[in-house]
Design a protein around this ligand. Structure first.
Ligand SMILES: Cc1ncc(COP(=O)(O)O)c(C=O)c1O
Length: 439
């Protein structure tokens, strides 16, 4: 950050206070910036104003969760009305039924749905449902993919050259200290978009795997879409083995009306959802085939996966989610995808003009700028060594100073509150940022 007044700023002072009561001064690591986080004051549409009074265009959208930007009038009105009637009950509500129907109408793989409170919880619930359905305990996951904080799902997410092992047999690397070794033994790590290697690894665990967990466009693995062949081969393998195919569409669901899965001719058995489907409020959901979802049915003789949650399907989240997803119709999805395409093409042209070794990945309404000459194809290629990380931070800081909030990997997720002028402004700022890097 370049502001010389920074240490006297209201944010700097607030951060000093925050460090006394919050570890590292923050409640989640993603908001940390050097020398201090930004503190939001208010926001509307695609613009956020911090407590210094500085307004920026928001391309981070609370880590891809605000599909309509901030304080969308229809969501504010609907939530306010519900808030006045009560925010949570030890009773079911009609709104959860309305929302379940709407979501099940969006994808033929969603025959039933259960709402939870976060993407982490959705992935955990999907894995537990798969275990309950198959009677098996192991899971397979993509090397480097982020699926939230569940012990099993986070394995290998931060693996690096020192510990990731042979690319033909990636190691199960823990994220948190103290992760039980039994967890690592239960997680089979497969490389992204390499079907031959993935299948040969899976074959070594035939009969033991409850599910193969796949994010069809994993952000940390480079924000590269899964190849159709890769997904099809995983579908064939899971079917032949009696394992389930679970998609994590917590982020990628925005890509098409029925999620990224619309692009493949295969259906997952279960899908974990989150982020944008909460309309700006904490959310997660597990959706899938009626057969598999029955493991959570409390009316069956043996409930194989008893499932509950105090705030699950709370009427505030349900109201906001229902409003947001009703507004995110086919036309809105296509409009947002076109805007993203404009951004990607514009940034690619800027890269060409500046000659900086860089590339853009992504699909739908998300993209990521890499300071690499070639688009990465997997976790190992997406990995950023310290020098590249520092250069990327310079670019993200430049964009920040120019009035753009990006996700710190230099990724952007669009909101329907944006138009072409915001996209063109971002392209121009990326151009000047790349020139700064070359100079
Ligand atoms: C693909 C994916 N899955 C799961 C999660 C976890 O979601 P939450 O942060 O709501 O727990 C995230 C969060 O970034 C994610 O990107």
């Amino acid at each position: 950050m370049t502001d010389p007044e920074v240490n006297d700023s209201a944010s700097a002072k607030l951060y000093e206070r925050a460090k006394r009561s919050l570890p590292g001064g923050v409640s989640r690591n993603t908001v940390l910036r050097s020398p201090h986080p930004l503190y939001a004051d208010h926001a509307a549409g695609c613009r956020v104003t911090d407590i210094e009074g500085i307004e920026r265009i928001d391309f981070a959208n609370n880590m891809a969760s605000l599909i309509h930007g901030h304080a969308h009038p229809a969501i504010v009105e609907a939530v306010n009305e519900q808030l006045a009637r009560g925010s949570a009950f030890t009773l079911a509500t009609e709104i959860e039924v309305d929302y379940a129907e709407l979501m099940c109408g969006r994808s033929s793989s969603f025959e039933q749905i259960r709402f939870v409170n976060s993407g982490t919880e959705a992935v955990m619930g999907a894995v537990k449902a798969a275990r309950a359905f198959t009677g098996r305990s192991k899971i397979a996951k993509i090397e480097g993919a982020y699926h939230g904080l569940y012990d099993f799902a986070e394995v290998s997410q931060t693996s690096k050259p020192e510990n990731w092992g042979d690319s033909d047999r990636p190691e199960s690397v823990p994220v948190a200290y103290g992760t039980p070794s039994t967890v690592l033994e239960q997680v089979v790590v497969i490389p992204f978009n390499d079907p031959d290697t993935a299948i040969s690894i899976l074959d070594e665990h035939r009969g033991d795997i409850a599910c193969v967990l796949v994010d069809p466009m994993p952000h940390r693995v480079g924000l590269v879409p899964a190849d159709t062949e890769f997904v099809q081969r995983l579908r064939e393998w899971t079917e032949s083995d009696g394992a389930l195919l679970v998609f994590d569409e917590v982020i990628s669901f925005r890509t098409e009306f029925g999620g990224f899965q619309d692009r493949f001719h295969v259906k997952p058995d279960l899908t974990a959802l989150g982020k944008m489907i909460g309309g700006g409020f904490p959310v997660g959901a597990i959706a899938g085939s009626r057969d598999v979802m029955q493991v959570m049915n409390p009316l069956t003789e043996t409930v194989r996966f008893p499932h509950s949650g105090t705030f699950s399907a709370n009427p505030i989240t349900m109201t906001a989610g229902l409003t947001a997803m009703s507004l995110y119709d086919e036309a809105a999805v296509q409009r947002l995808n076109s805007l993203a395409l404009r951004a990607v093409e514009g940034i690619r042209e800027a890269i060409g003009r500046t000659g900086e070794p860089a590339c853009v990945t992504g699909s739908g309404s998300m993209f990521r700028v890499h300071l690499k000459a070639q688009p990465p194809r997997n976790h190992r290629e997406a990995f950023t060594a310290p020098e590249e990380t520092a250069r990327l931070a310079t670019l993200v800081d430049h964009l920040f100073d120019e009035g753009f909030l990006m996700i710190n990997t230099c990724s952007a997720t669009l909101s329907t509150a944006m138009g072409e002028s915001e996209i063109d402004a971002l392209i121009a700022a990326v151009d000047t940022g790349l020139r700064k890097l070359s100079s």
